[in-house]
Design a protein around this ligand. Structure first.
Ligand SMILES: [Zn+2]
Length: 186
């Protein structure tokens, strides 16, 4: 590995240790020419191919950012999000390929998110699956209901399964002078 300071073409490893719970190795290196030290990280490459065709390294942080938006106002803890991102990474890595499509990452998010919070799941799915109408929401909600009924869990009685409540705007009575309000959430 070339020295980033003096560009000497070789360096010596002085320490190696596991990082990211074994998913990566952190190495301390020393340059024999200038004597300075630097750190390198080594991990199995996993790149995400975006719709534009460009690729970028897989990032758990990015998964969390995307999911956190859908979880706004929901009882979801940071720990839950970290765990979810871990599961997503496991799923996409298990495909064995070094490059996955961004849609595959989105698909890998859906399952764990549904277990975590159904409202957040609906929000995320509405973007990821490009819901276009109330019918799309209704179909997704019907699928959720069918699954929770089939899974032996009693359906949650009296719990409104309507869209995520908007930011309380409905409580304010304002004459509607503009066009019809979009029914969708945030
Ligand atoms: Zn050097």
């Amino acid at each position: 590995m070339r020295c980033p300071f003096c560009r000497h073409p070789d360096s010596r490893v002085v320490d190696s240790r596991e990082a990211e719970e074994g998913a990566a190795i952190r190495r301390r290196r020393s340059c024999p020419a200038c004597g300075r030290r630097f750190t390198t990280m080594e991990e199995a490459s996993l790149r995400v191919r975006k719709r534009s065709g460009a690729t970028e390294p897989f990032s758990r942080a990015k998964v969390i950012v995307g999911v956190r938006k859908a979880c706004q106002g929901r009882p979801v803890r940071s720990d839950d999000l970290a765990l979810l991102a871990e599961r997503v990474e496991e799923t996409v890595r298990s495909s064995g390929s070094a490059e996955v499509a961004a849609e595959d990452v989105g698909r890998a998010i859906l399952g764990p998110l549904r277990e975590l919070d159904e409202v957040a799941y609906l929000r995320f799915a509405s973007v990821y699956l490009a819901f276009e109408s109330l019918g799309d929401f209704e179909a997704a909600i019907a699928a959720l209901r069918a699954e929770s009924a089939g899974g032996g869990e009693p359906p949650v009685a009296g719990k409104p399964t309507a869209m995520p409540a908007a930011t309380g705007a409905s409580a304010v009575v304002v004459p509607v002078t503009t066009g019809p309000r979009a029914a969708a959430g945030p």
